[in-house]
Design a protein around this ligand. Sequence first.
Ligand SMILES: CC(C)(COP(=O)(O)OP(=O)(O)OC[C@H]1O[C@@H](n2cnc3c(N)ncnc32)[C@H](O)[C@@H]1OP(=O)(O)O)[C@@H](O)C(=O)NCCC(=O)NCCS
Length: 206
Amino acid sequence: MTSTDQGHPAQLTGVIALADGRRVSLRGSLPQDIDLLRAFFRALSDQARYFRFMTKCGELSESMARRFTDIDQVRHVALTAYVTTGGSETMVGEARYILSPDDPRSAEFAVAVAADWQGLGLARALLARLSGQAAVAGVHRLVGDTLASNVAMLELARAAGFTVSGNGLDGRLRRLAKELRPKAERRSLQRFAVTAQAELHCSQGG
Ligand SMILES: CC(C)(COP(=O)(O)OP(=O)(O)OC[C@H]1O[C@@H](n2cnc3c(N)ncnc32)[C@H](O)[C@@H]1OP(=O)(O)O)[C@@H](O)C(=O)NCCC(=O)NCCS
């Protein structure tokens, strides 16, 4: 696997052109992205935050934002999409996966895009990069739960090759799943599958 000088997978780094011609830079999340990330989630509408976290979630607490940015890019892989204007960066999208605590061949993903940047192919591009990185890292299956009312996410998932089914436990949810073609052995990464339950989601008290 090739890495950038930050030690991040090269797969997560690059520049993409959106449907309206605007260009967005991608990189693996860095600890110093914490303020960008908090500003990104603060700027989402209440509904978008609800769709993303599946619970009423106000501003990300500092500790939660730290858990989202200070990550190992192995067990928890996160991709930041950002633009630079007048020398300052703004996060416009993010996507991440976390290895399942029960099965390190499976990872749970989530994605979000800022309102002004939606409908331009950014989430599709983020998911493609994330899936590619997961396959390179030996993940067999990407899964996610989303609310049945989240039409954009359901359509995005279908467009990106995920199957959509009932979640089995909660009728309000749909399970998204995609089988990958892993390019590495997962066994050596078993140790990273520690308790990470609900880490993708908002936790009370941060
Ligand atoms: C879901 C979300 C990430 C989509 O981001 P996006 O960058 O706008 O999506 P894209 O532009 O890449 O769209 C890719 C495909 O998804 C589908 N899609 C995206 N938004 C859609 C919408 N509002 N209605 C219907 N289909 C939609 C389309 O099939 C689209 O392909 P097309 O443009 O060729 O028609 C974005 O709406 C979002 O951030 N929502 C709030 C957070 C959230 O719900 N996250 C998911 C929880 S895991």
